[in-house]
Design a protein around this ligand. Sequence first.
Ligand SMILES: [Zn+2]
Length: 188
Amino acid sequence: MGMFDTIIFDRPIPCARCGAEIRSDQTKAFECTLDDYRIGDCIAHAEEIRIVGDDLYCNACKAFTTRYYLAVYRGVLVGIEQEREVAEALLHNFNFEKLLLWYHDLYRKRQHALADNRRAEAFMRQVCEWFEGGYDKQAPEGLGSLRFFLSRDILEKSETPLAALHHFLAEREAEAKAGDDNGQMSLW
Ligand SMILES: [Zn+2]
């Protein structure tokens, strides 16, 4: 109920009626995981080679105005096109070498996601330990130098566990933004 996937376009698609730029679409054509997908992401099962047509909603027209097509090759989203023929050509001309490069990138993304997950878990554990252990009440010189190594900067400036979470999330958003600006992802 109400679940979908969000496709983030590599370039905006103009509304066929008013010309407004549409930058993403919510679709129910795939697994509906509430995740964001971009070109190069694994969006479906590995055996899937297909074109998915969908209607784009224009916020300016308040209506579905624009047809577009997603090209999926071996489960990977390889193209977002306004013409069905162009999307089909993408699938016909897709070659194995290119697919290997996509898989290489996907593996890298997976490594980053695992590192992100490990970091978040470690941080949550340290927040518990810090506040339950009364470390927030101790003078800095009384604290072991390595124990809270990864989270120390955040913990020392946080009065409460909630403040620590806010600091952590803000730091992560800043890193994600910096990564986007550089066209790459950050490790943490
Ligand atoms: Zn429009």
